[in-house]
Design a binder for this molecule. Structure first.
Ligand SMILES: Cc1cc2nc3c(=O)[nH]c(=O)nc-3n(C[C@H](O)[C@H](O)[C@H](O)COP(=O)(O)OP(=O)(O)OC[C@H]3O[C@@H](n4cnc5c(N)ncnc54)[C@H](O)[C@@H]3O)c2cc1C
Length: 454
C-alpha cells in the first residue's frame, strides 16, 4: 500500500503532498485543534471520491472529509495523521432541470455561491451565517448547520431534498431526484444530515430554494434584563409571522467588536442587552409591525434602531456577526454551542458568569446567539487550566435545563466525551452499528461523535 498506488487511480494533480499547502488544511478555524497529515486529496467528481474511499477501505487508511474547514468542534482536522479529502474542487452549482425552485450543488460549493445563483431567479437559500463565503454545502449538510434564519426556514435538514454520497467502502448511494415526496424506505438526506462525515462523504445535493422577500426590516432593541429580551422574542414568534431572525447579544461582546473594528456605540443609554430582530415579507412591513404587538414598544421604548435599507441593516448586523471573529482575535476560546428551552433561557444566561467565575475567576465568557431557537454560543476566553471542568459543568447544567449540548455545530471531537450526557447506552450502541453498516472498516472520521469512553 502506498500513496503512489492511490495516485495511479486518479487524474494527475489530485493528490497534494506539499507541506506548505497541507498546513493550511490541517488546523481548524478555532485554533484549538492542530492536526498533521502527509496528504490532502482533491477529488473532482463523485467517481473519484468513490475510488479514493474504496482504496482507503481496502487498505484501512483513515480519512477526514473537509469542506471549508470552518467547523467549530474539531471534526475536520486530522489529529492522528489521517488523510484529508477536501471537497473544495467540487463546487459546481446549477439550477435543477426538473424543478425551478431547486439547485443542484456539488459538496464544495460555498453558501455564498449558492445564494448568488439563487438570487438570479429572485430566490434565496434558507441557511445563512457569517462564514457564508467559506462554509460548503457538504460541511453544512454534515453538521446540519443552522444559522440566522432557522426560525423561518429551518436548519439545513429542511433544505435538502435529495443527496448523493459515497460510503466508507466507496459505494455511491442516494439520488438527485428532487422529490419532496419519496417514501421509499429510509430517508438518506435526513440520515446523512448531521452525520459529521462519519457515515459517508456527501458529494452532491439538491436543495430547496425559497422566494426572496420583497422587503426586509431589521430592528435592534436594547433592554436592561434578559427576561425582557426573551419576552420580546416570544412575543415576536407568537404574533408575527414575518419574523425571520432574532439574535441576542450583550454589552461585553459589543464592546469587544467595537474595540476590534472601531465601530460607533449603538446608543448612549445603559441598555446593555441587545436583541436584533429581522422581519421579511411583502412591502409595508414596518406599517404592519406598528399595529401589532411591537407597535407599543416601537413607540415608547428608549433603545430602538430601525434599519430598512441594505446598508443600514448591514451596519446593525455587523455588531452581531463580528462577535465570533472578534473573540477569536483575543485568544482561543472554549466554544460551547448549546440549546436551552426559551423558558429556561433567562436562568441559564443569568447563571453563566457565576459558574465560570467559580471554576476559574480569570475566565471571561462571551455569550451571543440565536434567541428564538434558544441557541446560545458560549465563548469562554482564559478558561485554562480548567477547560475540561468548565466544559463538563456547563454541559451538565444545560442538560439539567432540558437543553441540548450541541445545537448546530455538532459533536465532532470536542463533545464526543459528553455524548452520553444526552444519548443513552442503547442509542449510542445503535449509532455505532449504523456507522459500521456505512463504514465497516471505520476509516471515516474515526474519532468524531464517538469517543473511546462512550
Ligand atoms: C464566523 C463563523 C460563524 C459561524 N456561524 C455558524 C452558524 O450560525 N450556524 C452554524 O450552524 N454554524 C456556524 N459556523 C460553523 C461552521 O461554519 C459550520 O459548522 C459549517 O457547517 C461547516 O462547514 P464547512 O464546509 O466549513 O465544514 P468543515 O469545517 O470542513 O467540516 C465540518 C464537518 O463536516 C464534515 N464534512 C465536511 N464536508 C463533508 C462532506 N462533503 N461529506 C461529509 N462530511 C463532510 C467534516 O469531516 C467535519 O466533521 C460558523 C463558523 C464561523 C467561522
Amino acid at each position: 500500500m502506498s500513496i503512489e498506488e492511490l495516485k495511479s487511480l486518479l487524474e494527475s494533480g489530485r493528490v497534494n503532498e506539499d507541506q506548505d499547502v497541507i498546513r493550511t488544511y490541517s488546523d481548524d478555524w478555532t485554533g484549538r485543534y492542530k492536526g498533521f497529515t502527509s496528504t490532502v486529496i482533491f477529488p473532482h467528481s463523485t467517481d473519484e471520491v468513490a475510488k479514493i474511499l474504496s482504496w482507503c477501505s481496502t487498505n484501512q487508511v483513515s480519512i477526514v472529509p473537509q469542506g471549508g474547514n470552518t467547523g467549530m468542534v474539531g471534526g475536520s482536522v486530522p489529529l492522528n495523521g489521517e488523510l484529508i479529502i477536501s471537497l473544495r474542487k467540487m463546487d459546481n452549482v446549477s439550477f435543477s432541470n426538473t424543478n425551478k425552485n431547486q439547485i443542484v450543488a456539488e459538496a464544495g460549493a460555498t453558501l455564498l455561491k449558492i445564494q448568488n445563483l439563487a438570487s438570479e431567479r429572485g430566490l434565496i437559500y434558507g441557511v445563512d451565517f457569517a462564514a457564508r463565503d467559506s462554509a460548503t454545502i457538504g460541511g453544512t449538510i454534515a453538521t446540519n448547520a443552522g444559522g440566522l434564519n432557522v426560525l423561518r426556514y429551518g436548519t439545513t435538514r429542511r433544505q435538502i431534498i435529495s443527496v448523493e454520497a459515497v460510503t466508507g467502502t466507496g459505494k455511491i448511494i442516494g439520488n438527485l431526484n428532487g422529490l419532496e415526496k419519496d417514501n421509499t424506505g429510509y430517508h438518506l438526506p435526513s440520515l446523512l444530515c448531521g452525520s459529521e462525515g462519519t457515515l459517508a462523504i456527501v458529494t452532491r445535493a439538491k436543495l430547496q430554494l425559497w422566494p426572496e422577500p420583497e422587503e426586509t426590516v431589521a430592528i435592534l432593541f436594547g433592554f436592561n434584563t434578559i427576561e425582557d429580551a426573551v419576552n420580546l422574542t416570544e412575543a415576536c414568534m407568537t404574533a408575527n409571522t414575518e419574523i425571520i431572525a432574532c439574535e441576542l447579544f450583550f454589552q461585553k461582546g459589543v464592546d469587544l467588536v467595537r474595540e476590534s473594528y472601531d465601530l460607533q456605540p449603538l446608543w448612549d443609554n445603559k441598555n446593555s442587552i441587545y436583541l436584533l430582530c429581522e422581519f421579511a415579507g411583502d412591502s409595508g412591513i414596518f406599517d404592519r409591525l406598528s399595529v401589532n404587538v411591537l407597535g407599543k414598544i416601537l413607540q415608547t421604548h428608549d433603545s430602538v434602531l430601525v434599519a430598512t435599507t441594505d446598508r443600514e441593516r448591514q451596519r446593525l448586523w455587523q455588531y452581531r456577526e463580528l462577535h465570533t471573529v472578534a473573540v477569536s482575535q483575543k485568544g482561543i476560546p472554549l466554544k460551547l454551542d448549546v440549546t436551552i428551552p426559551l423558558g429556561n433561557l433567562p436562568h441559564f444566561l443569568n447563571s453563566i458568569d457565576t459558574i465560570c467565575d467559580n471554576i476559574n475567576p480569570l475566565s471571561s465568557p462571551y455569550v451571543f446567539g440565536h434567541a428564538a431557537d434558544g441557541n446560545m454560543h458560549l465563548n469562554i476566553l482564559q478558561s485554562e487550566p480548567n477547560v475540561a471542568e468548565m466544559e463538563e459543568e456547563i454541559l451538565k447544567f444545560v442538560v439539567s435545563l432540558e437543553g441540548s449540548i450541541s445545537a448546530e455545530h455538532g459533536i465532532g471531537r470536542a463533545k464526543a466525551p459528553y455524548l452520553h450526557f444526552q444519548r443513552n447506552e442503547d442509542e449510542i450502541r445503535l449509532f455505532r452499528e449504523m456507522k459500521k453498516a456505512f463504514d465497516p472498516e471505520g476509516i471515516l472520521n474515526p474519532e468524531v461523535i464517538f469517543s473511546t469512553g462512550n
